[in-house]
Design a protein around this ligand. Structure first.
Ligand code: MN3
Length: 217
């Protein structure tokens, strides 16, 4: 199976391991909570840029090109200095956004159910308390970053991280995460991040989040 070697011009070294995943729904599917302009820019421009820069950082790294994004991020500490920050920022950006699109859907006052709901009640007191603590972590994240829900030895925890850092860098798969970069909310909410954080609960796809929760049990 040497087709690739035979047809690849080494000087161009044109291997692009990562691709922008399709959004999977219309840009206006989450409106009015997240507006269509934000979704189009966020997916087609911001996420695409992370993918392009990630591929660019990997273009001369043949030993890294066959890794999944999870495998790549899990070894970020041992990567060469020349590409480490590019992989952190853009690999993290690719992983975070790839998750983000799939855990959103207008939920009409939906809430978690089943084992996930029980775990949230057990570890945060109630769903309302969980949302309050999560929103608070989002407000307090200085500058750009994300807030995640993770399981740590079976216990649910809220973890905020700067820039495009992700729990995947510690080999932990996030159960859900919200993007608190200004590009995620500025068109509708301007500088009012707390308002965006509160509104975002209207677009969490709890069935998808439950699937992610079950997968890390
Ligand atoms: Mn973003």
């Amino acid at each position: 199976m040497e087709t690739k070697t035979a047809t690849t011009n080494k000087n161009q070294s044109a291997t692009y391991p990562f691709e922008l995943p399709p959004l999977g729904y219309a840009f206006d599917a989450l409106a009015p909570f997240i507006d269509a302009e934000t979704m189009e820019l966020h997916h087609d421009k911001h996420h695409q840029a992370y993918v392009d820069k990630l591929n660019d950082a990997l273009k001369d790294q043949e030993d890294l090109q066959n890794l999944t994004i999870e495998e790549l991020l899990a070894k970020v500490d041992s990567l060469p200095d020349a590409i480490k920050s590019a992989i952190c920022n853009n690999g993290g950006g690719h992983a975070n956004h790839s998750m983000f699109w799939t855990i959103m859907k207008k939920n009409e006052n939906g809430k978690p159910s089943g084992a996930l709901a029980e775990a949230i009640d057990r570890d945060f007191g109630s769903f309302e308390d969980f949302k309050t603590k999560f929103n608070d972590a989002g407000v307090k994240q200085f500058g750009s970053g994300w807030v995640f829900l993770i399981a740590n030895n079976g216990k649910l925890e809220i973890k905020s991280m700067p820039n495009q850092d992700t729990p995947l860098m510690q080999k932990v798969t996030p159960i859900l995460g919200n993007d608190v970069w200004e590009h995620a909310y500025y068109v509708t909410y301007r500088n009012r991040r707390p308002e965006y954080l509160k509104a975002w609960w209207n677009v969490v796809d709890w069935d998808k989040v439950s699937e992610r929760f079950e997968a890390v049990q």
